[in-house]
Design a protein around this ligand. Structure first.
Ligand code: FNR
Length: 364
């Protein structure tokens, strides 16, 4: 029998009760510039668990302070951060959902203002020097943040920061970890020939450019329990067909390499490396074709998540039924409708296959 949106997904010892995942979405809502969660984070994440999503993925959570996109991003660089997140993971589990955390480093796209403040680079005392594979700042329209090419010692520090962050995420009660290697942030900057101009072992050919991600993945896998799933989010393409860039074929090859390192699911997104990118469409399911290609063309049987423009129950259900992906990853529609999964169950006549909070039983 083929799977559909309400077929549980078993990855290692974790059962995700349905195929709806809340896409990681930065809230830029820390108060003290200390990366600690606030009531907003708790409410935001737990209400999506109340709404029935099988997996609730936290926003990009910085593994070290200079890896934050804005000064207000969530972090997990100390035990205090892990302790502060524990109530939230417990509340997500209480609702029958699986709590996940996206571990992130913003690389050269760090040190910017919040979206509602214009996203401008912070160049004054409130900002910081960013690190990247090469000393080439991200070309923001309104200026740039000083960017330093990472030394081998910096690289070792970043690998260690991801490893320590994964250990703390486990202490905090997360059951799935996702390494963020998409959207033009640090690990993607190493993958892409658009941003990686190194001539050492971490640059050059495919092998060199993928080395840092492979090292980070192995370090995280070493400390992440063998019975818990590990995801990696990638940009399947840089959407820069006019120059040497990261392509879908590269992503398919990478998916197999990551699967061999113990990655259970590739979360297939796109773009973000350079403002010249040409996105062919932002309509319904605009990145599904890449998820389908990674799923069908990779040699490993690594699971795949599709994200981008998924807004309806029918669309999410068809994605799973037609084998284009194993997980429907829903971002902005979850901001419009925290109860997306409950509504989907209602619309697809599958309320028997989802846990409706008893308090809401008269509504669904
Ligand atoms: C995002 N996105 C995002 N992606 C990611 O990998 N980590 C993150 O922290 C964020 N933060 C974020 C914040 C906000 C407010 C939005 C709207 C988006 C991208 C997001 O996860 C998703 O990939 C895209 O929004 C496309 O999916 P939807 O929104 O079309 O379902």
């Amino acid at each position: 029998m083929s799977a559909d949106l309400f077929t549980p997904l078993e990855l290692r010892s974790i059962e995700i009760p349905n195929r709806v995942m809340v896409s990681p979405m930065c809230q830029y809502s820390c108060e003290g510039l200390d990366g600690l969660p606030t009531d907003w984070h708790h409410t935001h994440l737990v209400s999506r668990a109340v709404g029935g999503a099988g997996l609730v993925m936290s926003e990009a959570t910085a593994v070290e302070p200079r890896g934050r996109i804005t000064p207000y991003d969530l972090g997990i660089w100390s035990d205090e951060h892990a302790d502060a997140l524990a109530d939230t993971t417990a509340a997500i589990r209480e609702q029958g959902s699986v709590p996940g955390i996206q571990l992130a480093h913003a690389g050269r796209k760090a040190s910017t203002m919040r979206p509602w403040e214009g996203r401008d680079p912070i160049t004054g005392d409130d900002g910081w020097e960013t690190i990247a594979p090469s000393a080439e700042p991200y070309p923001h329209e309104t200026g740039e943040v000083p960017t330093r090419a990472m030394t081998e010692a910096d690289i070792a520090d970043v690998v260690a920061a991801f490893r320590a962050a994964a250990e703390r995420a486990l202490d905090a009660g997360f059951e799935v970890a996702e390494v963020h290697s998409a959207h033009g942030y640090l690990l993607h900057e190493f993958l892409s020939p658009v941003t990686n101009h190194r001539d050492d072992a971490y640059g050059g050919d495919f092998e060199g450019r993928t080395r840092l991600l492979r090292e980070v993945t192995s370090a995280v896998r070493e400390v992440w329990p063998g019975d818990q799933p590990l995801f990696v989010r990638i940009s399947a393409t840089d959407w820069l067909p006019d120059r040497e860039s990261w392509t879908v074929a590269d992503s398919i090859r990478l998916a197999d390499d990551l699967a061999a390192l113990g990655v259970d699911l590739i979360d297939v997104s796109g773009g973000g490396i350079h403002p010249d990118q040409q996105i062919p469409s932002t309509g319904p399911g605009y990145q599904e074709r890449y998820a389908r290609r990674v799923k069908q063309e990779s040699e490993s049987d690594v699971a795949v998540g599709a994200v981008g423009g998924i807004t309806t129950a029918e669309q999410a259900d068809a994605l799973i039924k037609n084998g284009r992906g194993d997980l429907a990853i829903v971002g902005r529609e979850h901001l419009r409708d925290p109860y997306f999964a409950l509504h989907a169950a209602q619309q697809l006549d599958r309320l028997a296959d989802i846990e409706v909070p008893v308090q809401y039983h008269r509504a669904f």
